[in-house]
Design a binder for this molecule. Structure first.
Ligand code: G
Ligand code: G
Ligand code: G
Ligand code: MN
Ligand code: NA
Length: 254
């Protein structure tokens, strides 16, 4: 209860902050996209990670206003970097299943696009397989509308969800993010290498972009590169970092 009431006040008190983790182009090793990851700066407790509060936000519905805030902050940040003269970088924002159940989602996205003036192609939404599989028709309709706005959609944590490959055909997704569970033991496990190779081949034949998540070692990076994976994300390149550090990464991007 204490956590819940603190969370209720956190937005108004300005305690949330977006952090940013680069997704790099495997061949050039340059930043290609930044994933936006929410953190809660809680007085006397420091930086609180989303795993300890996102599930509660989803349960009590606060993910709707807070998710909207994250999206707005991402768009504002993108516009600020543009004004600073940095090379445009797409930002990827996570969307929870609960946000799809909110009737005003599409309208609030449209409002944020209009008010910030951002180019919709500079925004991506990451959605898990499980979210795609819930609420079938409704989710499909919403995703169709988001896609029509020019915002790209990607599947997060690919391979771990309650999934059917049929959705790759039905939903307007452009990118698959291979869950880090398959990357963790890539160097040791021939099985994981086979699974990752199959996902990359599938992405290629469906003309989807493919990202490996959780890349922590040069060995994993080299294997992924040899397998033809396009993009990678993980501690090897950078942890999720605050705005100023993300800005430094972009300034050094040249
Ligand atoms: O860095 P990490 O600890 O940042 O994130 C943990 C989990 O929290 C991830 O599964 C991530 O998708 C989720 N998450 C992080 N930020 C957001 C957000 O802004 N919205 C939603 N819905 N999930 C988020
Ligand atoms: O880099 P970008 O995501 O904009 O690539 C444009 C399209 O070209 C993507 O949708 C992607 O599917 C396709 N593409 C180009 N090269 C590759 C590759 O090496 N692997 C895969 N999976 N897709 C590729
Ligand atoms: O949205 P998603 O579930 O993909 O959120 C990414 C999560 O993965 C975040 O919690 C982020 O901090 C974490 N993460 C990012 N890179 C790495 C990595 O290289 N190793 C591990 N273990 N976690 C990572
Ligand atoms: Mn994600
Ligand atoms: Na993930």
């Amino acid at each position: 209860f204490e956590l819940e009431s603190s969370l209720r006040g956190a937005l108004a008190l300005g305690q949330f902050e977006p952090h940013f983790q680069p997704i790099i182009d495997i061949t050039t090793r340059r930043v290609h996209t930044m994933e936006v990851l929410l953190r809660w700066r809680r007085p006397s407790q420091g930086l609180v990670m989303p795993d300890s509060f996102i599930p509660l936000l989803e349960e009590n519905g606060l993910i709707v206003p807070i998710g909207e805030w994250v999206m707005r902050r991402a768009c504002e940040q993108s516009m600020e970097w543009l004004r600073m003269g940095l090379e445009p970088v797409p930002l990827a924002v996570n969307l929870s299943p609960r946000q799809f159940m909110h009737r005003g989602l599409v309208e609030s996205i449209q409002r944020i696009l209009d008010e910030t003036g951002i180019d919709p192609s500079m925004i991506e939404f990451e959605i898990t397989e499980t979210a795609l599989m819930q609420h079938g028709e409704h989710t499909m309709e919403i995703l169709g509308r988001i896609n029509a706005m020019g915002i790209r959609l990607s599947i997060d944590d690919f391979g771990t969800g309650y999934s059917s490959l049929a959705y790759l055909k039905r939903f307007p997704v452009k990118k698959i993010k291979i869950d880090r569970a398959f990357i963790k033991e890539l160097e040791e496990s021939a099985e994981d290498r086979a699974i990752v190779a199959a996902i990359i081949a599938l992405s290629d034949s469906l003309q989807l972009s493919v990202v490996a998540e959780g890349v922590e070692t040069e060995g994993q990076y080299a294997l992924l590169r040899a397998q033809g994976c396009q993009y990678a994300q993980g501690y090897l390149f950078s942890q999720p970092v605050p705005r100023v550090n993300a800005q430094n990464l972009l300034e050094r991007r040249a």
